[in-house]
Design a protein around this ligand. Structure first.
Ligand code: UGA
Length: 434
């Protein structure tokens, strides 16, 4: 099939590349000339495991192309994916100016039947809005469908190539048939393509992300409670997660969820409820508890140093909002960095992928290490904010000889408390017995 993908952000790029990998001809459109030139030269503009291999292969095979010309894209694609940004407005709702701007141009330009696919996470009712915007000037038949993405950063290629489910919101048989044909190769294992109306598909995305954020937040509260009553959240988590109705995944407590999706989507769903006088009380609590969760480790660090961090050096492992990404949006590490700097501490930071992004934000206010042990040399404590695999089995002897004090504050519960006690390391984690 011939596919155009409008917008080469995270979602657009993964969608375009993976669709090309399955034999489709894909033209990706972006207004950013530099980015398009870079991509034409084979450079992937984001860090995402395995994407570079697929990217190169499909460019070489001629199935994956790039342009800045929206009209060229609209001429080319039978299916037009809209993968445009929907930034958070000041009031927490999603700003649709990019999506509706392109919809207007589609209406003015297309001359043959197209399936327009909303891939961005957009509020309930957006497919209708896109449809009426296109209709204003359109002289040909078209359909709008909603096809939310469920990709996780760091696993996006795998999630796209082997999805647990595909959700299609469509009220047109013709468009549904096109979408089923497009996705059929991705669900050979028998995973479902679920067809529903557009509004339900749009809400499925918000409901899924909000549910997962709620699940994590619930566990964060259980962990905080464990700390107070002397229970161990690791044991509680395993005890709970073996009930298949609860499930083992997304029960890991920490210093709060971050990223570009959960924080934005929970707030947007809450705000969209408010707009129609529906009060999503649970979502309000999730936002509040998550903000609080980001703050819980700093007082532990501070009180260990008798509330005087002036001149102390704190090493940080992990800056990205989660492993396998260079994304630092809403990363809990940023809160910790701000608080440490405010208290007069020196911060030496290491992350396998996110250092460049942190440098852009903090410049020389921080010191940056080339490897995980370098930042611990002469530091007064180690603080862990992201659970990269490389941090999971450290050389304890090297750590102890590098650190001025054998102390670790772990916001991600990476190490067995018993082992750390054996090592003689003072170890503070989240919701576990010391
Ligand atoms: C999330 C969803 O998982 C995807 O399905 C969705 O497509 C995506 O948002 C999106 O809307 O685009 P992502 O933000 O990449 O994906 O990251 P997750 O792996 O879901 O993690 C989100 C946050 O929750 C991270 O900060 C992570 O550290 C935290 N988390 C996750 C926990 O604190 N505990 C857990 O048990 C799991």
């Amino acid at each position: 099939m011939k596919i155009a993908v409008i917008g080469t952000g995270y979602v657009g790029l993964v969608t375009g590349t993976c669709l090309a990998e399955n034999g489709n001809d894909v033209l990706c459109v972006d207004i950013d000339k530099n980015k398009v030139n870079q991509m034409k030269a084979g450079v992937v503009p984001i860090y995402e495991p395995h994407l570079d291999v697929l990217f190169e292969r499909n460019i070489e095979a001629g199935r994956l192309n790039f342009t800045t010309d929206l009209k060229e894209g609209l001429d080319f694609g039978e299916v037009i994916f809209l993968a445009l940004p929907t930034p958070e407005d000041e009031d927490g709702s999603a700003d649709l100016k990019y999506v509706l701007g392109v919809a207007k141009e589609i209406g003015e330009y297309i001359t043959s039947y197209k399936v327009i696919v909303d891939k961005s996470t957009v509020p309930v009712g957006t497919a209708d809005l896109v449809r009426t915007t296109i209709e204003q000037d359109c002289k040909t038949e078209f359909d709008v469908v909603s096809n939310p993405e469920f990709l996780r950063e760091g696993f996006a290629v795998d999630d796209f190539m082997k999805p647990e489910r595909i959700v299609i919101g469509s009220s047109s048989e013709r468009a549904t048939e096109v979408m089923q044909r497009l996705y059929q190769p991705f669900v050979r294992s028998g995973n479902p393509v679920i067809i529903m109306d557009e509004k339900s598909a749009e809400l499925t995305k918000y409901a899924s992300n909000s549910f997962l954020a709620t699940k994590i937040t619930f566990m964060n509260e259980i962990a905080n409670y464990c700390q107070k009553v002397g229970a161990d959240v690791d044991k509680v988590r395993i005890g709970m997660g073996t009930d298949s109705r609860i499930g083992k995944r997304f029960l890991f407590p920490g210093i709060g969820y971050g990223g570009s999706c959960f924080p934005k989507d929970v707030k947007a769903l809450h705000k969209s409820g408010k707009d129609i006088n529906y009060d999503f009380k649970i979502l309000e609590a999730v936002v509040e508890v998550n903000e609080h969760q980001k703050t819980i480790l700093f007082p532990e660090v501070s009180s260990y140093f008798d509330d005087n961090l002036e001149g102390k050096t704190i090493a940080i492992w992990g800056l990205a909002f989660k492993p396998e990404t260079d994304d630092i949006r809403e990363a809990p590490a940023l809160y910790m960095i701000d608080k440490l700097l405010e208290a007069g501490a020196n911060v030496k930071a290491f992350d396998p992928e996110a250092i460049e992004n942190v440098k852009e934000k903090y410049g020389d206010k921080l010191q940056y290490g080339k490897d995980m042990y370098e930042v611990t040399e002469g530091a007064d404590a180690l603080l862990i904010c992201t659970e990269w695999s490389i941090f999971r089995t450290p050389n304890y002897d090297l750590l102890k000889s590098n650190l001025n004090n054998p102390v670790i504050f772990d916001g991600r519960n990476l190490y067995p408390t018993v082992e750390l006690a054996k090592q003689g390391i003072h170890y503070i984690s989240i919701g576990r017995q010391k």
